[in-house]
Design a protein around this ligand. Structure first.
Ligand code: SIN
Length: 528
């Protein structure tokens, strides 16, 4: 029985309620809902989510889903683009699965009624950075919301899925490295969801950064819980920063989809000049890590001046029709794309690290699976190809379910726990953490600053017992994951994809194919 969770062994937890399921799916984004819907309908499933759907990264995804279905496209080309952008760290077998099962993922959505943008010749495919051709299936500029709503409707119609909204994952329950459920807080009470299998699909940890296109709540709780349960966590140093995020007057960060650049928008410096061609042969359509660094460098060249996105030449009619969400949001902020250039800056967008899984989403903990952004399947390597993430959610959500469907065995193991959280954090610490991550673990990193931030994080981990409530668990998870991320950023003494270090600005072949693995109670190591 794990004793390193927030809940330590105590068989007499009187206030806790226990419920029995076959499968608990934690996370109701694209991956979690796809997995829940693809499980055998004879299995009794609990689908839990921390927040309302509009806070999920799926809901906020604008661009679309990359699938090699164009008449001039091929899986080989999609695989080759994914591997090139992943900079030598993709697991090739995982990329192969991702891309080759792409058309089936599309059929799955179409089978649920998805009607993506099309014309008389068929699907209209858009372009995003890093792709060698138009490959992105989309629904205007709110593909994620469209898919999320479709899946939510389907989940609500299912007879075998119980939905727990606003439900916080506290710990994953294990007995001798065998997962047998999880503890959650629901409607103010501790609830044990005992189950044969748990699937973690809680998304990534970009919300740990204060400048992020994700909601603050996207802070990796599922990854942290899996780590405490003994799961191997990998690739935590790789964070993808989206080049074009807009700060609203209300202080929110709003994504300006890469499809805008795919359709012809360009980047301008403060002198009104294009500059991307000086940094990369693919100019505005270079991979996101390259564009984000170029933006910061160009801005620094001019004393930290503002960089802009310019889509004026595309015209009002086209922009408002093709990008209605972006157009409306900007208009509400008094920017009109047909006549204004739009101030942008990179923001944390997608995290590559997570729960290390095999091609069926299995972790090293028996009966603990993961899919979507929470998982590290190796499909993204050191940098994710645009619009491969919605695809990943569907492909691996379906694979996890397929694997469970064939081998499911009910369990009757009880792990009872009581509260005991270590680490004394307060709200201002989390605010400070998020700002420190922005400034030290952002697009451009340096060893000395990373070390200093890691020292500060470790200093906060006092092993002193504090209140056992959602807020405290949330803060502790944030510090736990930040420590893993910074440890990995320091170990990787090179620059590759989404990890760029000023003190090691080049790729080092010594690190090629190597992933950094973390496991509770062990030093972080490179795999072979
Ligand atoms: C975007 O629309 O630019 C985001 C798509 C993605 O993150 O893949």
């Amino acid at each position: 029985m794990t004793a390193r969770g927030y809940l330590v062994a105590c068989p007499n937890r009187l206030d806790a309620i226990s419920k029995q399921y076959d499968v608990v799916v934690v996370g109701a984004g694209i991956a979690g809902m796809t997995a829940a819907l693809s499980l055998d309908s004879k299995l009794k499933v609990a689908l839990i989510s921390k927040e309302k759907p509009s806070k999920s990264s799926t809901y906020k995804a604008q661009g679309g889903m990359a699938v090699a279905v164009g008449h001039d496209d091929s899986c080989e080309e999609h695989i080759s683009d994914t591997l090139r952008v992943g900079q030598g760290l993709c697991r090739k077998d995982a990329v192969d699965v991702l891309v080759r099962e792409g058309p089936l993922a599309l059929e799955f959505l179409q089978g649920l009624g998805a009607d993506f943008c099309h014309d008389e010749k068929g699907l209209v495919l858009t372009r995003e950075a890093g792709h060698s051709r138009n490959r992105v299936v989309h629904y205007y500029d709110y593909t994620g919301k469209y898919i999320a709503e479709l899946l939510t409707d389907e989940v609500k119609k299912s007879n075998n899925i119980d939905i727990y909204d606003r439900c916080f994952l506290v710990d994953i329950l294990t007995v001798e490295n065998d997962c047998c459920g999880c503890a959650v807080i629901y409607e103010g009470r501790l609830l044990y969801l005992q189950a044969g299998v748990v699937i973690i699909a809680t998304g990534g940890y970009s919300g740990l950064f204060s400048h992020s296109t994700n909601s603050d709540s996207v802070s990796g709780d599922g990854i942290a819980a899996a780590y405490r349960a003994g799961a191997v966590i990998s690739d935590m140093e790789f964070v993808q920063f989206h080049p074009t995020a807009f700060s609203t007057t209300g202080g929110n960060i709003f994504l300006l989809t890469e499809a805008l650049r795919g359709e012809g928008a360009v980047l301008l410096n403060s002198a009104g000049e294009r500059f991307m061609q000086d940094y990369h042969a693919s100019a505005e359509l270079a991979p996101r890590d390259e564009v984000s660094r170029a933006i910061l460098r160009e801005s620094a060249k001019q004393g930290g001046s503002q960089i802009y996105l310019d889509a004026r030449h595309l015209g009002r009619e086209y922009l408002a029709d093709r990008f209605p969400q972006v157009y409306t949001e900007l208009a509400q902020n008094n920017f009109f794309m047909e006549k204004d250039i739009i101030p942008i800056a990179p923001a944390a967008h997608y995290t590559i690290g997570g729960i290390n899984t095999d091609l069926w989403g299995k972790s090293n903990v028996t009966s603990l699976y993961s899919c979507g952004e929470a998982a590290a399947t190796g499909v993204h390597g050191a940098n994710r190809l645009a619009s491969n993430s919605l695809l990943e959610g569907i492909v691996f959500g379906r694979r996890v379910a397929a694997h469970i469907n064939v081998g499911f065995k009910a369990k009757n193991k009880n792990a009872n726990f009581a509260s005991g959280v270590s680490g004394a954090y307060c709200d201002s610490d989390v605010d400070k953490l998020r700002l420190k991550l922005d400034s030290t673990a952002g697009v451009i990193r340096s060893g000395s600053e990373l070390k200093e931030t890691l020292r500060w994080i470790k200093g906060k981990n006092t092993s002193q017992d504090t209140k056992a409530d959602i807020h405290t668990y949330h803060m502790s998870n944030a510090f736990q994951l930040a420590e893993l991320m910074l440890t990995a950023t320091l170990l990787r003494e090179e620059s590759r994809g989404g990890h760029y270090r000023l003190d090691f600005p080049n790729k080092d072949e010594h690190f090629l194919y190597k992933h950094i693995l973390h496991q509770w109670g062990k030093e972080a190591v490179f795999d072979e």
